[in-house]
Design a protein around this ligand. Sequence first.
Ligand SMILES: *[C@@H]1O[C@H](CO)[C@@H](O)[C@H](O)[C@H]1NC(C)=O
Length: 246
Amino acid sequence: MYDYIHIQTGQKLYYVGNSLGTLLALAAFSQEKLVNMTKSAALLGPIAYLGQLSSVFARTIVTTFLAEKAYWLGVSEFIPEGLVVGKILEGVCVLSLIDCNNVISALGGPNCCKMPSTIDVLFDHTFQSTSTKNIVHLSQMVRAGNIAEYDYGDENENMAHYGQPTPPMYYMTRIPKDIPLFLAYGGKDTLSDVNVVQLLLENLKDHVKDKLVVQYRDYYAHFDFIMAENANRVLYDPLLAFLMTP
Ligand SMILES: *[C@@H]1O[C@H](CO)[C@@H](O)[C@H](O)[C@H]1NC(C)=O
């Protein structure tokens, strides 16, 4: 996608990522080629480390090997509402003793400022499926406490894919010090936990000062970045100002 946009427009990219989209960007920035194609990047609810994930709901999916079970059952499309996964998810809700009537809060923390109309739009489209392999990959990283490529669980197969027996790792310390970065994180976010963002900020402590904009919203949970009714004012305005900085 990076290549395509870069080639079609002949320009560098302004990258705006949320949630999984931030992990992809942080991983991409260990590749010089992609860094060279990037003008600036804004990361909302950044996920840089998964080992300390505080979302009980997400943790339960990991510890019960839910995604792996779905994979073994031949379910390659991970749909929370889908039949098989839905049945197993019910178990997750019971095991983790959380109220799954509000899956959004259960997954990403208590939202501060939901807008009823946004919720309606969201549920017209949510939850979109993802590949079971994607969830298996995320589960692997939660267990291993690192950010790495997918582990095929077999040295020979990893070798065939990566030319090495273990999956290549990504290191946040390799993020170039002069790439303009906008990081917004929330105090109530259980998928991008405050402690984890502190680790990321620690990695960025030598970042060129005027190339790093950090926005903390103490009352924001993971889905407030895209759902809060005040997001346009408290988040997108400073985000646009950042993107327009020459
Ligand atoms: C990235 O840009 C730098 C500076 O212009 C250049 O030296 C380097 O070769 C580029 N790297 C890649 C992989 O294109």
